[in-house]
Write a protein that binds this ligand. Structure first.
Ligand code: ZN
Length: 457
């Protein structure tokens, strides 16, 4: 099944609009690594895709970490005593340092200043700051707003709670014929920021919706989790099950206009690394494959040496490389429906490769079989027909039982989908047979797959 054709039929640009609508719905919520903003986010996602929620209680040890107190916030402001709010959480949730402890005080500006974070180089933007693991408080504001504050006393209020509760994450499993899994993970813990991280959340949700109900080779597990501690908590609770993960992608920063970047897994030569590199080569000018580094997002956890899972990270811009990163300028205007749609298409291209990367054997390997008499070498024709024929010749030549479709796509420089179409045409023409390959050997018999599915349900 060519998933890319199916995605086109489903209407890609409409899906871009839909993803942006979802981002707009989620944008106002004050998310964090725990708390009700994260739960509300998962509840909204749960209306679109079947999501199983897990609550991990405060104090639970997860490898070297401990699940922290749960944070919730209702209001926060700095105001002239009895007067107007000069900084107001109700206007922008970025105004409060995320995870701030509760505060009620009156203090002079000079006393307050060390707790005020601004960006002097971008005086109209609000920075995004957190203090998850050290009890602290503070405000973030536009530098110009700070410059306009009079040196006088202010009332300071942060109406938050930091108390035992739990950490929440959401999991959506799209079953395939085999319990062997593809892991798709995105972090869902940032407040009103769009590219980081709502774009990843929206593309992951759209991909889950698109794959649901299709006849799939692999089972797909989507994780919507708070960054770092969420991935570590999930790994700690599912250590044995990680043996099923054959391929994985972390999705982040997928709504801006930059070219695509794919960061390889720690292994560097995993099938998903090759599939992503191939997808990017044919996606757009300037796309780049980056070597693994132990910095970035949750691929850091999945690729820690104890797990060493084949999980890479797909991005457009990458962390810290765009000025809007972790500021109020990373808003709903910064991400566009067309960019989200193109990101979904690249994800589907990678998934299409994972699903269909099979090996074939040429059934007529002595000399070139006569394609014309089988309707596989149309006379005349334009460029696209020439490319089709080209793909068929590559498939016939390389199908000695050792090379997979991805091998042939890489060697020929032709897109995987074109090689896949060529293989199907040649198979129908009686010139190729599909072989079970190493990946299939790891997949279980249909009866076992059914049992695996029932367990998931
Ligand atoms: Zn971030």
């Amino acid at each position: 099944m060519n998933l890319l054709d199916e995605l086109e039929h489903a209407g890609l640009s409409a899906q871009g609009e839909e993803m942006h609508r979802l981002a707009a719905e989620l944008y106002p919520l004050c998310r964090s690594i725990t708390g009700n903003g994260l739960r509300q986010t998962l509840a909204i996602l749960g209306k679109r895709i079947p999501l199983r929620l897990t609550e991990v209680p405060t104090g639970t040890e997860v490898f070297d970490w401990t699940v922290p107190n749960e944070w919730n916030i209702r209001d926060a402001y700095i105001r002239v005593p009895g007067g107007e709010r000069v900084v107001d959480f109700q206007r922008r949730n970025l105004h409060v340092v995320n995870y701030s402890v509760p505060v009620r005080a009156t203090m002079r500006l000079s006393e307050l200043k060390p707790r005020l974070h601004t960006l002097p180089d971008r005086p109209d933007w609000i920075p995004y700051r957190t203090s998850y693991y050290k009890e602290d408080w503070g405000f973030c504001l536009e530098h110009n707003r700070l410059l306009a504050l009079e040196d006088r006393e202010y009332e300071v209020c942060i109406d938050s709670t930091l108390a035992p509760g739990s950490l929440t994450y959401g999991e959506c499993v799209v079953p395939g014929r085999s319990p062997a899994e593809v892991l798709i993970s995105c972090h869902a813990c940032h407040p009103s920021l769009a590219n980081d991280n709502l774009s990843g959340v929206c593309v992951a949700a759209a991909l889950a919706q698109f794959l649901a109900g299709r006849d799939l080779r692999y089972t797909y597990r989507f994780l919507f989790i708070p960054a770092t501690i969420g991935a570590i908590a999930w790994l700690a609770r599912n250590q044995a099950a990680t043996g099923n993960i054959q391929h994985g992608l972390v999705l982040a920063y997928l709504g801006d206009s930059a070219a695509f970047h794919y960061k390889k897994s720690r292994r560097g030569d995993a099938t998903v690394d090759r599939a992503a590199a191939h997808a990017l080569r044919h996606a757009c000018e300037g796309s780049e494959v980056l070597e693994f580094s132990p910095y970035g997002y949750d691929e850091r956890q999945y690729c820690s040496p104890g797990f060493d899972l084949p999980v890479g990270c797909l991005m457009r811009s990458f962390w810290d490389s765009f000025p809007e990163y972790h500021t109020s300028a990373d808003n709903l205007d910064f991400i566009r429906p067309a960019h989200l749609a193109e990101s979904l298409r690249v994800c589907a291209t990678i998934v299409n490769i994972l699903e269909n990367d099979r090996r074939y054997r040429n059934l007529s390997p002595y000399g070139e079989p006569q394609l014309g008499k089988r309707g596989l070498y149309p006379p005349g024709g334009g460029v696209s027909i020439a490319r089709d024929v080209h793909a068929r010749l590559w498939m016939l030549n390389q199908s000695d039982g050792r090379n997979s479709l991805l091998d042939v796509a890489e060697r020929s420089g032709l897109p995987f989908a074109m090689i896949m179409d060529a293989a199907e045409a040649l198979r129908r023409g009686g010139l190729l047979s599909m072989l079970p390959d190493a990946a299939d050997a790891e997949l279980v018999a249909p009866g076992d797959a059914k049992r695996g599915r029932q367990q998931e349900n």
